[in-house]
Design a protein around this ligand. Structure first.
Ligand code: AMP
Length: 397
């Protein structure tokens, strides 16, 4: 089975083609992409032509499904067929995810025209949070705001779901790993009576960052809320911010709403704090050379990460595994060490050598005997989308 994953950014189009064997093993057959895309129809044509020229997909018959990592839909989530309902849901919330929803709505439509008969699947980033208790999703806003859709949704669902599945495997909990695999098909199936609860905190730290707490593979809450402009400081987007800040800067700095939105999404986060850039590598390099703003950006990031890990440590009543994933989480031992500092009494303690040497590959970095196992698990969101797409298509057949 060949599954194509289409990753549509605000100005880019990236793709990966996976082949799945009978045992569910995946091989990456091809990958590619285009930047500064203005015509998604053309980019999709180019992608299909590339796959044809490379001999990977000579015709639509060689493609068994296309998966999309859609972000946020109005009144719709999960892993579902990418049909008119999905397009309407994306359009319904284009104000909250303006950089992502319109390209996906357009991309899905184009693929439908170009590959009639090939199943298209949307895996919403919010899907992993369908079972979060209402108290953890509700903002204290007037009912009309709530009805309009103002609530916590959560993002990075594909990545955190993978962390849930893989950490369960690494902890020898095949039952929970299977529960996670079945999540979008069957919902949370009952856990065997008497089974020890599995409490995992997953830290997706990358260009965009979030922390999610999970019990028995199912999310209990996450740091991101209504939009990806929440939780930890992001690369150039603000994280958590007091809602009074928006009217305050509009009135006192004379900014228009459009300008506030632009600055919150383009000039905040690590960039706004450090003044040197939105890439953690640049921020760290500047901090190492004594740039105080860059050091403060690191400190704010670490403080926020600990804040959210602490929230889920309490919510879960402990933590069996802490997972670091994505570009920052996988490649920055000193940030991991700072985030885990002085937590020995809470069961979290790193093995200094293991932590220092692990970059970009899977492994365990906790100290021998520590109550909480700490893992680095590389993110591969495209593979997650491909797997879920395959599950969705296979379940329907
Ligand atoms: P992602 O969104 O997962 O692609 O992560 C992007 C972020 O990861 C950027 O802030 C990068 O600075 C950071 N990152 C990626 N690779 C490395 C690396 N080798 N060393 C340090 N940071 C990295």
């Amino acid at each position: 089975m060949n599954i194509l994953v289409a990753n549509l950014g605000s100005t880019s189009f990236k793709f990966r083609l996976f082949r799945f064997g009978g045992a569910g093993d995946a091989t990456l057959l091809a990958k590619g992409g285009y930047e500064r895309v203005t015509d998604y129809g053309q980019a999709i044509d180019d992608c299909l032509a590339e796959l044809k020229a490379g001999g990977h997909a000579r015709s639509a018959a060689d493609l068994h499904g296309v998966g999309f990592k859609t972000v946020l839909g109005k009144n719709l989530t999960g892993c579902v067929r990418a049909d008119d309902r999905v397009i309407a849901a994306l359009e319904g919330f284009k104000e909250i995810a303006p950089a992502h929803n319109p390209p996906y709505a357009l991309g899905i439509q184009r693929f439908r025209e170009k590959l009639p008969g090939v199943p298209l699947v949307a895996l919403f980033e919010t899907a992993f949070y369908q079972w979060v208790p209402e108290a953890a999703t509700r903002y204290a806003v007037p009912p009309t705001w709530h009805e309009a859709g103002v609530r916590r949704y959560g993002f990075h669902g594909a990545s955190h779901k993978f962390a849930a599945e893989r950490s369960a495997e690494l902890l020898g909990r095949a039952d929970i790993a299977e529960r996670v695999r079945q999540l979008y098909l069957a919902g949370p199936v009952p856990v065997a009576a008497g089974a020890k609860p599995l409490r995992v905190i997953s830290c997706h730290f990358g260009g965009s960052s979030s922390v999610t707490g999970m019990r028995d593979g199912v999310a209990v809450g996450t740091s991101m809320g209504l939009s990806p402009q929440s939780g930890l400081p992001q690369n150039n987007r603000v994280g958590d911010l007091d809602s009074a800040a928006v009217p305050f800067v509009m009135k006192t700095l004379g900014l228009s709403l459009a300008e506030v939105e632009r600055q919150m999404t383009k000039e905040g986060g690590l960039l706004g704090l450090s003044g040197v850039g939105n890439d953690m590598r640049d921020v760290r390099a500047a901090a190492a050379q004594g740039n105080a703003r860059a050091q403060l950006a690191l400190d704010v990031f670490i403080h926020s990460a600990r804040h959210w890990i602490g929230a889920f440590l309490l919510e879960l009543g402990g933590c069996d595994a802490l997972v670091f994933t994505a570009g920052i989480g996988e490649n920055n031992p000193d940030l991991r060490a700072a985030i885990c500092a002085n937590l020995t009494d809470l069961g979290i303690s790193l093995d200094v050598t293991k932590n220092d040497t692990l970059r970009g590959t899977e492994g365990e970095i906790s100290a021998a005997g520590a109550r909480t196992r700490v893992f680095v698990i590389p993110a591969n969101e495209e593979l997650v989308v491909a797997r879920e797409t395959l599950r969705c298509i296979s379940a329907a057949n």
